[in-house]
Write a protein that binds this ligand. Structure first.
Ligand SMILES: Cc1cc2nc3c(=O)[nH]c(=O)nc-3n(C[C@H](O)[C@H](O)[C@H](O)COP(=O)(O)OP(=O)(O)OC[C@H]3O[C@@H](n4cnc5c(N)ncnc54)[C@H](O)[C@@H]3O)c2cc1C
Length: 388
């Protein structure tokens, strides 16, 4: 907590938002020696979209950039405890995609070839193999699917705190309860960031404000095409009827997903007809629709009880990929946001890539130029197909 203690007056860089991205980037910059760095968070560390995520971590994407970002991140998640001293409960029980629409098979097979070529141990699975991996799913309408045993899920809060604490140990100031209320631009350059606790003069502002990124960009007169879409997740009461060793299982056609969580299960499904907005209430009707879809796919859940549910926001861009890097004008404004439902898992790679880009002029861990913010005005969109 930061209370009314004055902020420092200057910083080499200011990050707006202390979600997984703000914290991972802060840590990566500090590791490279940029420690005169302040992270401003309007609420508390990791309480934005990151707190609402299902924690899923997968490598099954359709673009080379996303597969590379994912594989680099998985290696970090696997060794997070040793590197950061934080236990993130990464359970590599696999991601199992179920396909029911024959037109999806060639697309998934093409994506599999891409993933395998980049070293991802994903494979095509027949309905019989699916029944072996998850005997509780109804497979009468399933034509096949894909499975990657290295995928899984982890605790988003511990991961974000792990990065935040490591950044603080290196000298980064993370100021909670400190909303950014303005960004001053003079002569085409960012000059300072304004908050109710005072302004910080800085030549570099990195917007990592998740679903609120468009609003923060507007402070500097920039339109960043990221819209908030409500997504709901639900957890069951402890449910021993199904084993806790099952993989994350996804019905691709609907986006229905379910995975073991504590002694129960976590599940959700996107209401793709809902327009964007910041309504964070749980829609009871949609909960019933989701439960019906879950029971249809895995009838054993008829005996489960929903314990609670919550809503959060996907931060969606026109091509379902993030905006990474300098915005161009004004100078000194960069962004890492718009992860369209798969941001938590990419945190480690985005931290590394953004630090390389900002310190050296180019990212080398993964080439992230396909996700440059200018691609929307250049008409160079790069669509991600595997969005859940
Ligand atoms: C229901 C749901 C399920 C999801 N499941 C997964 C999943 O399984 N796997 C996965 O990888 N991703 C998942 N996601 C997506 C994931 O949560 C996000 O992509 C990721 O957390 C984005 O991180 P972030 O740091 O960019 O944003 P956030 O975590 O939202 O952080 C942004 C921060 O900026 C702060 N902020 C905003 N405005 C200001 C301001 N003016 N001043 C100061 N601070 C400000 C916010 O308070 C917030 O803390 C899911 C999302 C939802 C909603």
């Amino acid at each position: 907590m930061s209370g009314s203690i004055p902020l420092r007056a200057t910083a080499e860089a200011v990050i707006v938002g202390a979600g997984i991205m703000g914290c991972a980037i802060a840590h990566a910059l500090a590791e490279r020696g940029l420690t005169d760095l302040v992270v401003l968070e309007r609420e508390a560390i990791g309480r934005g979209a990151t707190a609402d995520a299902a924690g899923g971590i997968r490598q099954q994407f359709s673009t080379e950039t996303n597969v590379r970002l994912a594989t680099h991140s998985v290696r970090v998640w696997e060794t997070f405890r040793e590197r950061f001293g934080a236990e993130i409960a990464f359970r590599q029980q696999g991601y199992l995609f179920l396909l029911t629409d024959p037109s999806e098979e060639p697309v998934f097979r093409r994506n599999l070839a891409l993933q395998q070529g980049l070293g991802v141990p994903a494979r095509w699975v027949s309905p019989d193999e699916i029944a072996d991996i998850n005997p509780f799913v109804e497979i009468s309408d399933v034509i096949g699917g894909t499975f990657c045993p290295e995928d899984g899920w982890a605790d988003t809060s511990s991961a974000t705190m792990g990065y935040a604490q490591a950044a603080r140990r290196l000298g980064v100031a993370i100021e909670e309860e400190t909303p950014v209320t303005g960004i001053r631009v003079d002569d085409g350059r960012v000059r300072n960031v304004e908050t109710p606790r005072g302004a910080i003069a800085t030549p570099l502002v990195i917007i990592c404000a998740g679903p609120q990124t468009r609003q923060v960009g507007a402070f500097a007169g920039v339109d960043l095409p990221i819209d908030p879409y409500r997504r709901m997740s639900f957890v069951t009461e402890p449910f021993a009827r199904l084993p806790p060793t099952l993989p994350m299982t996804i019905e691709f056609a609907t986006g229905l997903y379910v995975h073991p969580e504590s002694a129960g299960f976590l599940f959700g499904m996107a209401n793709r007809a809902e327009p964007p907005g910041f309504d964070k209430t749980v829609d009871e009707d949609w909960m019933l629709t989701t439960v019906e879809a879950l029971v249809a796919r895995a009838p054993a859940f008829e005996e489960a009880t929903v314990r609670s549910g919550w809503a959060g926001f996907y931060e969606i861009t026109p091509d379902d990929n993030p905006l990474l890097g300098h915005v161009g004008e004004p100078e000194g404004l960069a962004v890492a946001a718009g992860f369209s439902g798969h941001g938590f898992m990419q945190g480690p790679a985005i931290g590394a890539c953004m630090a390389e880009l900002l310190c050296d002029g180019a990212a080398k861990t993964v080439d992230i130029t396909p996700f440059r913010p200018s691609r929307f005005t250049e008409g160079a969109l790069t669509q991600e197909h595997n969005v859940i």
